[in-house]
Design a protein around this ligand. Sequence first.
Ligand SMILES: [Zn+2]
Length: 151
Amino acid sequence: MNCYKADPVSRENIRRFIRGLKRKVGLEYELYFPILPFVENVLPILIPDFQFEVVPVIEMGGKHGETYPSKNIMRIREDVYLRAAAGEGRDRLTIAHEVGHLFMHEDDSIALCRLAPNEQLKPFEDPEWQADAFGGELLASSYLIKGMKRN
Ligand SMILES: [Zn+2]
């Protein structure tokens, strides 16, 4: 089975990177991460040639989002974008996941690999696991949630 293997990144690496990123843009202690304003207004400042495209459902088909990290292009399906704008958690997470690909997965960090039938990619080498971990941490940062008490 063919697969894509990324340079290994631990959850700890991801947590540290995100805290640094949020500090840099003044959102370190913000509990609700404004993912769309971040993508639309802040990313173009951090990454000057960043391009964000909202793509009609008919053109994008089954994909919710896709990112070309080496070209700094992110494309999000229109319905996903609209639901994220309305605050839908799953769609906010889709966009945060794509932000993870953008920051972590330049072409030279990913290699095509071949797995033996019983072999599994280690989670920390799987670009999708990494992007999920990144997205989750961006929206619900462990350092903010830790010590939070439910009343
Ligand atoms: Zn992905």
